[in-house]
Ligand binder design. Sequence first.
Ligand SMILES: Nc1ncnc2c1ncn2[C@@H]1O[C@H](COP(=O)(O)OP(=O)(O)OP(=O)(O)O)[C@@H](O)[C@H]1O
Length: 247
Amino acid sequence: MTVLSCHGVRKVFGDQVVLDGLDLDVSEHEVVALIGASGSGKSTLLRCVNLLEELDDGTIHLDGEHITDPRVDPDKVRQRIGIVFQAYNLFPHMTVLENVTLAPVRVHGVPRTAARAQALEWLGRVGLADKAYAYPDRLSGGQQQRVAIVRALVNSPRLLLLDEVTSALDPELVGEVLSMIRDLKSDGVTMVLATHEMGFARQVADRVCFLDGGRVLEQGPPEQVFAEPAEARTRQFLSRIIEAGRL
Ligand SMILES: Nc1ncnc2c1ncn2[C@@H]1O[C@H](COP(=O)(O)OP(=O)(O)OP(=O)(O)O)[C@@H](O)[C@H]1O
């Protein structure tokens, strides 16, 4: 079953065409990694899917519903699509539990008790139950990012978008976030992630999509794209990454 379907997506900033007729379908339980040079539009695509950017052309469907139709309420859609950014942006004056339940209660109208129960269940599943009443400054960066991921999961979204979620972390903290994402994958969470870390893409993705020229130039299982890229542009991108010691 197709969860996400992007068709002919075009996004222009000023005179810069960032996405140029991009097509991408994501199946239920699939984990798709977007890779590509800095500025190739990975974040922009995730922001378009979460309706944080308006499309200049094309359509996006979620579970068959046309969500980029202007009549659609973006808040209703965002209840079904979780997004996590590089900066975890937890509110420092709120406990972990308050941070995690804020949007479901305030924005999406979920009753407080139901939101708390769901939040506590998720925190337990990811090994953070004992942090529910802690304030963010008591947590490591890795723990804070895991809380931010839980915050995106509390509504049981159909799709989870992860934008460079390990980039701000010290190397020794990356592992715990990766391991959480692997657990989510085992739980069947459908995810699209943008990353500079090819090791991350290799470890969690079912499919890697290389963005170039505003489209998906090449895609396939990580072992195929990384070992035998078909396109010259992909080979060039990967060889630079290998030179930088990041593959
Ligand atoms: N709100 C905006 N206004 C103007 N230009 C923007 C805006 N958002 C993104 N861009 C431009 O669009 C291009 C694509 O940016 P985007 O962040 O999507 O790329 P990316 O592949 O995620 O890059 P990175 O790997 O560096 O995060 C960049 O040139 C960026 O400067």
